[in-house]
Design a protein around this ligand. Sequence first.
Ligand code: XBP
Ligand code: MG
Length: 225
Amino acid sequence: KTRALIFDVDGTLAETEEAHRQAFNATFAAAGLDWHWDPPLYAELLKITGGKERIRAFLNTAAPAIMMKDESIAALHRDKTKVYGDIIARRGVTLRPGVRELIQFARMRGIRTAVATTTNLPNVDALCIACWDKPAAAVFDAIAAGDEALQKKPAPDIYHIALERLGLGPDCCIAFEDSRNGLLAAKNAGLRVVVTPSHYSAGEDFAEADLRLPDLASFEIARFD
Ligand code: XBP
Ligand code: MG
């Protein structure tokens, strides 16, 4: 019997990666850095999960001569989080098909809901306020986000934290992901995984998924009981 649904955020709840990409670029420009991440480059950089880790990976390959301390990257990333929050608040964001209904259905049935994401908590709150008019803690029963995990996806850490907060083992939970890194993180934590590929992850390999669907509008929870 399924007792909880654990959702990835970016790409799974909503198509947010273009807003992230624009927030990175606006932040670089405001800091006087002539870096620009176009969509093809961003698709490559998305293989590195986590904004700070992504900036570091970009520097290592595109500008190895630039020395940047971890603290400077963290400061740049704090600015990026503010810009991202502003973009989401100003433009709004649309939940992917079936997301709102599935979360509402779970609530009605006493199935708990959680978030296990690489992005940081202010970004999860920005999305929840834009889509539900409430902070994340009022939408989900448990939240595990960003730097809470020592190692980001595809490591299972963030799913371990979410399961611990739910007080549940992996057998009675289902994870929802859009990317290969996310799929592997959830699988590494022993969960069953439903993958709904997103704009940037469409071409990835999802062979390990228990179920692959175009979106959650066609998801039937009964299949998993
Ligand atoms: C997506 C990510 C994040 C975002 C940027 O993670 O990898 O890094 O692109 O967010 P998920 P931050 O799909 O697991 O939510 O800059 O806050 O890291
Ligand atoms: Mg994702």
